[in-house]
Each structure stands twice: as C-alpha cells, then as structure tokens.
Design a protein around this ligand. Structure first.
Ligand SMILES: Nc1ncnc2c1ncn2[C@@H]1O[C@H](COP(=O)(O)OP(=O)(O)OP(=O)(O)O)[C@@H](O)[C@H]1O
Ligand SMILES: [Mg+2]
Length: 390
C-alpha cells in the first residue's frame, strides 16, 4: 500500500450513506473563515457503524449536521439509501424532515416539559402511528435501553445516564435504518459509558441499523466502530477497521491520536531486499519494506518511524550477537496490572515500552542501563508530520 489513507476492507457492503467530495466553510466574525469539512468522502455500508474520531473542533458535528440536513454544505454530494439528498452540482438540497434518519445529539436534548414516554413517542406521533401501537412500542424500546418503568417521569427528575438512555430510545423508536450519533455518551460517567457502549453494540447488531457515530474518545471509537475515520481539521487522516488504524497508522497524526506511540524522526538511509535502513534520532533502524508507507525510498527522504509501546522489547544485558539493539537508560518502571510500563531515555528521547512480566523486567533498575530492541516488522515508516492530504 502506498501513502493512501483508506483500507480496502468493509468497502464491499451496499452503501447506506455516501458522502462524496464534501466541502463546508463557515465565515467567522471579523472576516476570517474556517473549513471544518475539507473535501471529505466516506461511505457507510449496510449494518455498519462508522465512527468519526477527532479532537474538539475538527468538524465532526458539522459533518453529521450536513448528513442530517441541518447544515447546507458548499460543495459535494450526499446520498442516503440510494437517494441524493444533497448535490451542489445538481442543485439538490433536501431538508432534514425529508431525510429518513434519526439523530442523537451531543447534549441529550430531551424536551423538559414532556414525560419520558412523550419524549420517546414524539418521532412516532409525527408519523401518525396509531396511539395504542405507540404506547406498546415506547414501552418496548424503553425496556430495551434499560429504563423500562420510567415512562411517566420528567427528564429533570432522572439521572444523566437514564436521560442518555431515553435519548437513545427516542432515536431508535422509529426503526430508522440510518442513525446519526453525536457523542451520545459524553455526558455520563465512565462506568455507565462502558455499559452503554456494550449495550449500544448489542442493539446495533440486533436492530441492524447503519450509523455514523461521532466521538473524541478513542477507546469508544475502537470498541464501537466497524470502521473508524480519524479526522484532522476537516480532512480524513485515516479510514479503516480499528485494528488497521491502530496497527498500521498511515501518518504521524493517526499514530498519535489513536493509542500511544513512540515516534522518531529520521531519513531513509538505504534500501536492500526486503528491508530499509532508516537513520533516526535513536540510531540506525532496519525495518521491513512492508511497513513503509512513504512513496519515495530515496536516501535522505525525511520520514518518521512509529512503534507502539507493546511492540518494543527491553533486555537487561548487553547482547553479544544482536547489533541492532540500542543502549538506553531506565527512567521509571511502572507496574499497571496488565503490563509494566518502562520509560527509558536515550539522549533527549523518552521511549515508552510496555512489557508483560519477564525475567528481563525483574533485572532492570531505575537509573541503570537496558538494551532496546525495535522489531523490524512492527515499526511503521510514515511521512513526517503534516496535514492529511485532501
Ligand atoms: N455556525 C458556525 N459558524 C462558524 N463557525 C462554526 C459554526 N459551526 C461550527 N463552526 C466551527 O467549525 C469548526 C468545527 O466545529 P464542529 O462543531 O464540527 O467541531 P467538533 O469536531 O464537533 O468539535 P467538538 O468535539 O468540540 O464537538 C469549529 O472550529 C467551530 O468553531
Ligand atoms: Mg461536536
């Protein structure tokens, strides 16, 4: 694969949502402008949940609002279930109420003057479903999201986690085949969030809707998304399954944003056979050609080497026959249960290593030396930091 940011997997499903070459610029007070959607193309397949992951202000809500019909893009096309709902070229713009989808907003946005049951019934009432059927359906959905029995309560009298569940129920009640989620779990505490994440995944599988799910929480993104799109100020920096994005980040931005990464700047020193030598701040590293995602391999090409902490190994003794190992100084040894985090230093580079129990860990001492092994197949060579390509 070249420096491309999209992976092939998952593309074969029939698309429910297609976003093609979307562009949206806002004017700001004082005359400047901002482009939170800068040529984005993305599709969501049948029964697929695609997560939009990115820091605050990168354009996640704006993209969702464009798909929902609450914001009018400047350019591009949006197709939902085969129907074009926006096209700058063809002059099509269907308003929100003509798009067949449900949305859960960043704040719960429950109507305070309506009971839980009335809130959840609202999407059905506006579709003229018979009263008796509504009551049954509302009770079923409330039970499904774990707040059965709260029908007669008002939103201000129930907990945040319960309000969140009611908001989910309202989005799911009409059985929309496409659901948009804007950080629906951001207002509940970590424990409830983990539980709701688990339940949401089960409901998605059971109801089989397709969804776009916005979050800035990478754990949430990895756990929930069939695919994850990592956003960088209006552009897609990476798009793939959680494992692809984590194990094969196509650029420094993705490596930094998803998980913990050690990143070293350097240049290509030379290529031979199946491996490439990269001269880095740490020393000369030999890396498998398959792990290289820069286009040019000419000596001197600036690159960054990315290695996840759990892929690195530390040895307590100087090896006789492994010239690739790099001498470092141990700065800290932090036991964290599932693994031990060892922070080591070489010159002014700090390096994170996660290891499971081993004799080598027992033999390390803070302030003492260790020898770092960078496995040639687990390091990634990516373009040095820069904005994602449009
Ligand atoms: N109506 C608007 N007018 C001007 N600028 C806007 C408008 N709406 C959003 N923006 C700007 O567009 C950028 C993207 O905003 P958006 O709400 O999409 O971010 P986000 O990724 O959802 O962030 P968060 O994680 O904080 O919710 C921000 O810089 C924001 O200030
Ligand atoms: Mg937002």
């Amino acid at each position: 694969m070249s420096a491309s940011i999209a992976f092939e997997a998952g593309m074969a499903r029939r698309p429910r949502i297609e976003v093609i070459g979307l562009l949206k610029t806002f004017k700001r007070e004082g005359g400047s402008s901002i482009t939170p959607i800068d040529n984005i193309s993305l599709s969501v397949g049948e029964n697929e949940l695609v997560v939009l992951l990115g820091p605050s202000g990168c354009g996640k809500t704006t993209l969702l609002r464009c798909v929902a019909g609450l914001e009018r893009p400047d350019e591009g096309e949006i197709v939902i279930d085969g129907r074009t709902v926006f096209s700058s070229r063809k002059g099509i713009y269907e308003p929100a109420d003509r798009r067949e989808l449900a949305m859960v907003f960043q704040s719960y946005a429950l109507w305070p003057h309506m009971t839980v049951a009335e809130n959840v019934a609202f999407p059905l009432r506006s579709r003229n479903v018979p009263k008796l059927q509504i009551a049954q359906r509302v009770a079923d959905v409330l039970k499904m999201v774990g707040v059965g029995g709260l029908e007669g309560q008002f939103p201000s009298r129930i907990s945040g986690g319960q309000q969140q569940r009611v908001a989910l129920a309202r989005a799911l009640v009409a059985n929309s085949s496409v659901v948009l989620f804007d950080e629906p779990l951001s207002n509940v505490d970590a424990q409830v969030r983990a539980q709701l994440r688990f339940e949401l995944q089960a409901m998605q599988r059971r109801l089989g809707f397709s969804g776009l799910y916005v979050t800035h929480d990478q754990t949430e993104a990895m756990e929930l998304g069939h695919r994850v799109a990592v956003l960088d100020s209006g552009r897609i920096a990476a798009l793939g399954t959680p494992a692809e994005v984590y194990n094969h980040p196509p650029n420094e931005y993705t490596a930094r944003f998803v998980g913990v990464a050690n990143i070293w700047r350097g240049q290509i020193a030379g290529a031979r056979g199946n491996s490439v030598d990269v001269s880095t701040e740490l020393g000369l590293l030999t890396i498998d050609r398959a792990a290289i995602v820069v286009d040019a391999l000419a000596p001197g090409t600036p690159v960054s080497v990315v290695v996840r902490p759990e892929k690195l190994r530390l040895h307590s003794a100087r090896p006789d026959d492994a010239p690739g190992r790099i001498e470092v100084v141990v700065e800290a040894i932090l036991f964290s249960g599932p693994h031990t985090e060892i922070v080591v230093r070489r010159n002014d580079q700090r390096i994170n290593v996660w290891m499971h129990e081993s004799n080598d860990i027992a033999a390390l001492t803070v302030g003492g030396p260790a020898w770092l092994e960078v496995p040639s197949k687990d390091a990634r060579v990516v373009p040095p930091e820069g904005r994602a390509k449009p």
